[in-house]
Design a protein around this ligand. Structure first.
Ligand SMILES: Nc1ncnc2c1ncn2[C@@H]1O[C@H](COP(=O)(O)OP(=O)(O)OP(=O)(O)O)[C@@H](O)[C@H]1O
Ligand SMILES: [Mg+2]
Length: 249
């Protein structure tokens, strides 16, 4: 469909002919939308995100990003995607600023375009120039995450895939990261798919949320609508009810 940034259809992943990690997931993400995948450990969130980015191949099913088939045209699709992996870390030896320049170069930017991307990265990161000139190995976890997220977003990908962008961060650092995500979408109209364990976070950030458990989406809707569906006061409560219902089915 024209307006969809991402279309995922009946996606499956079976690892090593054994672990059926993703079992027929389908969803769409519109342009300018923040879509959240939420679910317990091992639910299949990272596996789903890695397939969308093109890092691992689906066992079955189809993924299109900006109308392009991810499996058939992996190189073309990469132009549109920025990816923050779950286990992302900084390079010990580089300063913050060098990180931004390095990632911009990796994405093939030079000259004026590179400078412009780095400038935007600096702004998005919200880090002081004094900090950016220090080695990133000396940063706090929160500062590292802001730097890494800025390096993903500074080239203005039309689709950013963020695997647990705030995991391990304190409340204050998480708020900063969430602000960066919101600001980015507001300024660029890009789409975001993120995974999280934090219900407050997805409620604050996401236009739509999918609950995922054991490789299947059990509910997918706007946070407000999900709460109504389950007569729940918050998403956590709705999630518990949804999982219980799915298990009784
Ligand atoms: N490379 C791999 N090889 C084999 N099995 C894997 C691999 N990666 C993940 N799995 C399995 O697939 C299932 C889903 O894992 P996945 O990492 O996608 O879950 P997740 O929802 O991201 O969990 P978490 O919240 O802990 O990050 C798990 O059972 C996991 O053990
Ligand atoms: Mg994961």
């Amino acid at each position: 469909m024209e307006g969809s940034a991402v279309v995922v259809e009946k996606l499956h992943k079976i690892y090593d002919n054994k672990v059926h990690a993703v079992r027929g997931i389908s969803f769409r993400v519109d342009k300018g939308e923040i879509f959240g995948l939420i679910g317990p450990n091992g639910a299949g969130k990272s596996t789903t995100l890695r397939m969308i980015v093109g890092l691992i191949k689906p066992t079955k099913g189809r993924i299109r990003v900006m109308g392009i088939d991810v499996v058939k045209n992996p190189v073309e699709v990469k132009k549109y995607i920025g990816y923050l992996p779950e286990e992302a870390d900084v390079y010990e030896r580089l300063t913050g600023l060098e990180h931004l320049r390095f990632y911009a170069m990796l994405r093939g930017l030079q000259g004026y375009e590179l400078d412009r991307a780095v400038e935007y990265g600096v702004k998005l990161s919200g880090l002081e120039m004094q900090s950016l000139e220090r080695r990133a190995s000396e940063y706090s976890k929160g500062m590292k995450r802001r730097l890494l997220l800025a390096s993903v977003l500074m080239t203005r990908p039309k689709l950013a895939i963020l695997d647990e962008p705030t995991s391990g961060l304190d409340v204050y650092a998480s708020v900063n990261v969430r602000r960066m995500i919101k600001e980015y979408v507001r300024e660029t109209g890009a789409s975001i798919i993120l995974s999280s364990h934090n219900m407050l976070e997805v409620e604050y950030l996401c236009n739509r949320v999918a609950f995922i458990a054991r490789g299947r989406i059990i509910v997918e809707a706007e946070p407000k609508r999900i709460k109504e569906m389950y007569g729940a006061e918050n998403l956590e409560d709705a999630f518990v009810k949804a999982v219980k219902e799915a298990e009784e089915r």
